[in-house]
Design a protein around this ligand. Structure first.
Ligand code: SAM
Length: 240
């Protein structure tokens, strides 16, 4: 673990907390926008929980969320990391990647802003397409400004396209679990779509060679979702 000298330290205070459909770090998408059905909200915390803080933001379609990779901070940072997009076996400088184990543990994601709910003491920014786990501390929010932030000739040679996706299939038992888990049709359709979009990204670490017996699981949309790698596709086995 590498540490930063105390003489160079500044204090940063989170302004809010993410409440996310991703209950644990495993299976959170590797970038924002890869799972459009992902949803959650940012709850501003005192003294930042004042409606005045967000006046005008309701007219913006997307926001930059700057946050702390709080579940990794205790493991410090690394100069070189193995990005999953490179198969997990090639090392790159941390600053050439979007990896979590970075100096200061700061992340940034562009997400869709669907709604802002305010009362006199509560401000909630509802967001979609997030790649953030439940409880992520938010340190700043800014509007996404297309003319400045969308760079049409930008390139990142290490991952030029979105990752390939896998086929996802629900076993009969999982379909039944889904009906029990979400009796309301709209909720059920959303959870099904969320599971498909998440698993299509193949959340397992790149170096895993899963046997058909091995069951994976993650907390998605408030449910424990289980799956296996069978027949070159992902099969959802249970939703609890
Ligand atoms: N878009 C952000 C960025 O570029 O800074 C995050 C990219 S990072 C590769 C995304 C991964 O961070 C997710 O797949 C998840 O494993 C992890 N993650 C999300 N929220 C986290 C948190 N609060 N603490 C630690 N890791 C987190």
């Amino acid at each position: 673990m590498k540490e930063i000298p105390t003489s160079q330290q500044y204090t940063i205070t989170p302004i809010g907390t993410v409440h996310s459909c991703f209950g644990e770090k495993f299976a959170v998408p590797r970038q924002p926008g890869l799972v459009p059905s992902a949803r959650g909200y940012i709850e501003l915390t005192p003294p930042f929980n004042h409606p005045d803080m967000v006046v005008g933001l309701e007219d913006c379609s997307h926001i930059w969320v700057q946050f702390l990779f709080h579940q990794c901070l205790d493991r410090g940072w690394q100069m070189k990391v193995r990005p999953p997009r490179l198969g997990g076996n090639k090392k790159m400088g941390v600053l050439a990647t979007r990896a979590t184990h970075r100096p200061n543990g700061l992340g940034m994601s562009v997400v869709r802003l669907t709604n802002i709910e305010t009362t006199h003491q509560s401000v909630r920014l509802h967001i979609q397409g997030l790649d953030l786990v439940e409880g992520t501390p938010v340190v700043d929010i800014k509007p996404y400004v297309p003319y400045a932030d969308s760079i049409t000739d930008a390139h990142y040679p290490f991952a030029q396209e979105k990752p390939d996706i896998m086929d996802v299939y629900f076993q009969d038992a999982a379909e039944q679990h889904l009906t029990l888990a979400k009796p309301n049709l709209e909720d059920r359709q959303w959870l099904r779509q969320l599971i498909i979009e998440v698993l299509q990204q193949d959340p397992k670490p790149a170096f895993h060679q899963p046997s058909p017996e091995r069951e994976y699981g993650a907390k998605l949309g408030g449910h424990n979702v289980k799956w296996r790698y069978l027949n070159q596709r992902i099969e959802v086995t249970a939703i609890e």
